[in-house]
Design a protein around this ligand. Structure first.
Ligand code: FAD
Length: 371
């Protein structure tokens, strides 16, 4: 059994770009080579000279540890969001992620990125009839018209009572996507380059261990930015995944359930599937046993091929923050278990921030939404 995500087998981890060893000048420095940083670099590279700086290698952070569901649903209860901020806020949130999802699918197609992309549905399901689930549907159906409420359907390959189907979702191989996209960009990429400080002077001064970057603007896309911007915005949550070798019963869709914490699962191919969940705050090896028990109950016999865990970062209300921290210093964090489509949305918002354009959705991710 391997202790690494299956995506590290399809695209091996190695250093592909030089480290920064001198001083350079750019328009925009993007710190962090995960989905958020790479997506930001993608949009910004059309108008600006961009440097992407990664302390390890591209796609080795949490993005590379994800199960690569391309869902537009935020990792938060629709009912709770609507009750706290109103149905209009929820509708705008789904509208924004819906647009970003379309853009992501377009990026894959127009850049011809070979990343095993599958256009599918996602199913948020409950194993027994549940009134609160039906209530959740009341909020979701107003926010996202591309959905339906369904009863059990044996074609999906899992027993359930009811489900909310989100049509036109997707899944892919995240490392094939990230490394494929980066290889197409005309930007400077530096790996094994750890940013140690960001200072706001005439220009933004970004210090790394062996070189300095002077930039007009900086995007901080490092997962948890607390060490670079001295603000505590998020809490870490660990999530666990097993890759199971078996005759996969599931359809080609993506699934998650109503347990708290929820389980999530998908097929990779006819002989391999992923089951994740058992989220908690402190690493616990027993989480894998719990996951295995759940998988046996739902899917029968299998052999465990890989197991891994990664950290998600969660805000107080489970909605990300994407904001200008200080003049020309932009930060994105708190994507919880839904960072991939949100990563594309962040790239679109960061691009507008840097161009000085108003973005229709940025108010949803402002720190001011609590006031
Ligand atoms: C087990 C698991 C399953 C998941 N499944 C899904 C899923 O199916 N769908 C989904 O949408 N989301 C999923 N998520 C959530 C998703 O992975 C994250 O929300 C998303 O990857 C966050 O992207 P990011 O770019 O912010 O972070 P990362 O991918 O972690 O990228 C941040 C990068 O910044 C670099 N960095 C950090 N500090 C510095 C520094 N000082 N200098 C330079 N570089 C630095 C890191 O090395 C890292 O590469 C899952 C998460 C986990 C853990």
């Amino acid at each position: 059994m391997k202790n690494e995500p299956v995506w590290f087998e399809s695209v091996k981890d190695k250093k592909r770009f030089n480290s920064l060893k001198k001083s350079i000048n750019v328009n925009v420095a993007v710190i962090g080579g995960g989905i958020v940083g790479v997506s930001s670099a993608y949009f910004l590279s059309k108008k600006f000279k961009v440097a992407l700086i990664e302390k390890n290698h591209i796609g080795t952070g949490d993005s590379g540890y994800s199960t690569a569901f391309l869902t537009r649903t935020p990792d938060a209860s629709a009912g709770q969001i609507a009750k706290k901020y109103g149905q209009k806020f929820l509708n705008e949130l789904y509208e924004g992620t819906g647009k970003a999802q379309k853009e992501l699918f377009k990026i894959i197609k127009s850049n011809k990125i070979k990343c095993d992309f599958v256009n599918c549905s996602s199913y948020y399901l409950t194993y027994k009839k549940d009134k609160s689930f039906e209530k959740e549907w009341d909020y979701i159906k107003q926010a996202d018209k591309n959905t339906e409420f369904i009863g059990y359907d044996r074609k999906l390959g899992i027993k359930f009572a009811d489900a909310i189907r989100f049509k036109n979702e997707g899944k892919f191989d995240i490392r094939k996507y990230l490394l494929g996209l980066v290889s197409k960009l005309e930007i400077d990429v530096f790996e094994e380059t750890n940013v140690v400080s960001i200072e706001n002077k005439d220009k933004i001064i970004i210090k790394t261990e062996n070189g300095t970057i002077k930039a007009d603007k900086v995007i901080v896309a490092v997962g948890n930015p607390s060490s670079l911007i001295n603000l505590k915005l998020v809490e870490p949550i660990l999530s666990y995944v097993l890759a199971l070798e078996c005759k996969v019963p599931l359809s080609d869709d993506i699934f998650w359930d109503t347990f708290e914490p929820y389980y999530y699962y998908r097929k990779v191919n006819d002989k391999l599937m992923l089951v994740g969940g058992c989220d908690n705050q402190k690493f616990d090896d027993k989480a894998y046993d719990k996951l295995e028990k759940f998988a046996h109950e739902k899917f029968g016999k299998f052999k465990i091929k890989n197991k891994w865990s990664g950290t998600q970062f969660k805000t107080k209300d489970n909605i990300p923050y994407i904001f200008e921290h200080k003049k020309n210093i932009f930060v994105a964090t708190g994507f919880n278990g839904s960072g991939l489509v949100f990563g594309t949305l962040t790239g679109m918002i960061m691009n507008d921030f840097c161009l000085g354009k108003k973005n229709k959705y940025s108010h949803l991710f402002s720190l001011k939404r609590f006031k």
